[in-house]
Write a protein that binds this ligand. Structure first.
Ligand SMILES: *Cc1c(COP(=O)(O)O)cnc(C)c1O
Length: 401
């Protein structure tokens, strides 16, 4: 039996303990002004988060799901449209598409990065859709619905191949909305522009989540939209606040999707640490890569030369994953599975009519991915223990012929 202390999958206690005084000060400021919704803390956070990403605007909202829904609606997705995304993501990506009145269509992912495979996007648009020569709109052959937008997901903190996706989207007149909910600060080298670009700056708009476990997390629910487009910015501001342009002037039906002042104040405190925390995650990833590079049966995350990931998650691939996970749990190592059921096979999306085999890369990944402990304060000693236990567990799992 090992005597090593438990290594949690995620440590949310340490960073909050370290910053407790600053958080209490935020709460006291909110109490002193009774400004709980909107106001200067929200304005300040929006300005600082837009600066961090490198966009003209950031709009604070109540969650990442709201951010994605508002971004899609504001960017021009209409009821009855089709919006293309990937099946191996958190369900919120597809929910936001449905909540915007559209239907999600899935394309499979790249075997190595688990992000949208641009060739699958192209073949979906060319095989399953056709181009109306007069309107120049791409419509699906099955229902005739307009394919309006594509939502690449920057999964596990690594960006999708945005040059290739952007080029295909432009050919087919599709709006690009980034799901950047796991990718605060991640970067992509655009060959087209020969420069590194941050998550949230490439699409017409992007959605971020500040769910507590994300790289930048609130002490509650929060999210934001980033965009350079003044019209999208203005529309998201109305959508989050019952469609109001001014008090009781409702330009449209909207939602209650505002960011509250206390969360914004907390996010400002944490945003100052985000770059350092991301760097610590990158160091942890390098340590894992070093410890596990020669470990038989463990496939490390693949990082293309155009990518600088921020490791929201550190996801390896192993055969016999469920047995490996069980033995790690027994050894006191917390792990996760992102995600065990691809969206097209989950009960909520049975109505889309896809069976097993529809998206084989995503389906294989669902059976083999294992997320190891990953957070800024993870110690090298804990990582060594995780690597030892992983190697031990993988070796102990009988390989099926
Ligand atoms: C977390 C997450 C969301 C949703 O964010 P919430 O703040 O939980 O609503 C959407 N997409 C992805 C990929 C996520 O990881």
């Amino acid at each position: 039996m090992s005597t090593h202390p438990i290594v949690p999958f995620l440590d949310l206690l340490t960073p909050h303990r370290q910053l407790e005084e600053a958080f209490v000060a935020v709460f006291k400021r909110a109490l002193a002004t009774a400004g709980f919704i909107g106001g200067p803390m929200v304005d300040g956070f929006e300005r600082e988060f837009a600066d961090f990403c490198g966009t003209c605007h950031a709009v604070g909202v109540a969650s990442g799901t709201d951010a994605l829904r508002f971004a899609l609606i504001a960017a021009g997705v209409q009821p009855g449209d089709v919006v293309v995304t990937v099946p191996n993501t958190f369900i919120a990506t597809a929910e936001a598409i449905s909540q915007a009145g559209a239907t999600p269509a899935f394309v499979d992912v790249d075997e190595r990065t688990f992000t949208m495979d641009p060739e699958r996007l192209r073949s979906y648009l060319e095989r399953d859709c056709s181009r109306d020569p007069s309107t120049r709109k791409t419509t699906t052959r099955r229902t005739g619905a307009i394919v309006r937008a594509v939502v690449p997901v920057h999964l596990f903190g690594q960006m999708a191949d945005m040059d290739a996706i952007g080029e295909i989207a432009a050919e087919h007149d599709l709006i690009v909305v980034e799901d950047a909910c796991q990718a605060h600060g991640a970067e992509y080298f655009s060959k087209a522009q020969s420069r590194w670009r941050r998550a949230g700056t490439i699409g017409a708009a992007a959605a971020f989540s500040f769910y507590p476990g994300k790289n930048l997390g609130a002490c509650g629910e929060a999210g934001a939209i980033t965009t350079d487009d003044d019209r999208i910015d203005a529309c998201c501001r109305m959508l989050r606040d019952h469609g109001q342009s001014r008090k009781y002037v409702h330009e449209m039906e909207g939602y209650n999707g505002r960011l509250d002042a206390i969360q914004a104040g907390i996010l400002r405190v944490k945003l100052e640490r985000l770059a350092a925390w991301n760097a610590q995650r990158q160091t942890c990833a390098a340590v894992y890569a070093d410890l596990l590079q020669d470990c038989p049966g463990v496939t490390l995350p693949y990082v293309p030369d155009w990518s600088r990931p921020v490791y929201h998650l550190f996801v390896v691939r192993v055969a016999g994953r469920d047995a490996v996970q069980q033995s790690l749990t027994a050894a006191g190592v917390g792990t996760g599975i992102h995600y065990p059921i691809p969206l097209h096979l989950t009960t909520a999306y049975v109505r889309l009519g896809h069976g097993p085999g529809a998206f084989p890369v995503a389906e294989r990944a669902a059976g083999e991915v294992l997320s190891l402990p990953m957070f800024p304060h993870l110690s090298p000693g804990s990582q060594r223990y995780v690597a030892e236990q992983l190697a031990h567990s993988v070796a102990a799992v009988p390989v099926r012929a």
